[in-house]
Design a binder for this molecule. Sequence first.
Ligand code: DC
Length: 231
Amino acid sequence: MSLIAASIPVIAIDGPSGSGKGTIARQVATALGWHLLDSGALYRLVAVAAAESGQSDAAEAELARIAADLEVRFGTNEAGEEQIWLSGHEVSGQVRAEECGLMASKIAALPDVRTALLELQRGFRKAPGLVADGRDMGSMVFPDSGLKVFLTASAEERAKRRHKQLKDKGIDVSLPALSRDIEDRDRRDSERKVAPLRPAEDARLLDSSNLTIDAVTQTILDWVNKLNIVT
Ligand code: DC
């Protein structure tokens, strides 16, 4: 890492799916005027890229090559909705599909894929600062983050949130099936050998089960102020 990059502050927000970290990371980044890295989207993009080239069942080395060659761009449309491009074509819908999340979770357990994505993730560290959301932002990718937050919520609450999100999009999934998927994915993410989902030793734990999104965002912004992270 260059000396310049090392001086750019990072806030790491890690936690399981449905903890609200994506929305909260976005709000914190907007409030500070900082860049945002949604690292889960990168694992999902590897899954999309592999599927597009008919290599969903490819061996680890091949998936790692796909990861190393990812050409991605993030943005928002006029309605403020997220847009994601892979090699110049839009794949926002595919990236957020449930199957893509499941495949990403399997791909994320492969050490060579994780290594292949390290540099790409660190490249998002740009002035004036970065809010990075994922599973191992504080522990592996940006261990020198000025603030590390580990956001949790009960599995039941996370399933309910995801259910509502999908329903709002017109997607009908049964709540018990969703709970099972979330528990399966949690297990896979926390039991895997490489970069398991676990708080960094110096992370601050924040349980969002009974808090609004705004209250969680405000707690993090208060920590940012107290820690004097913004230069
Ligand atoms: O947060 P998400 O659901 O978009 O992440 C998709 C998958 O990628 C999820 O199963 C966990 C994995 N992931 C990871 O292993 N490390 C990260 N930094 C981000 C996501």
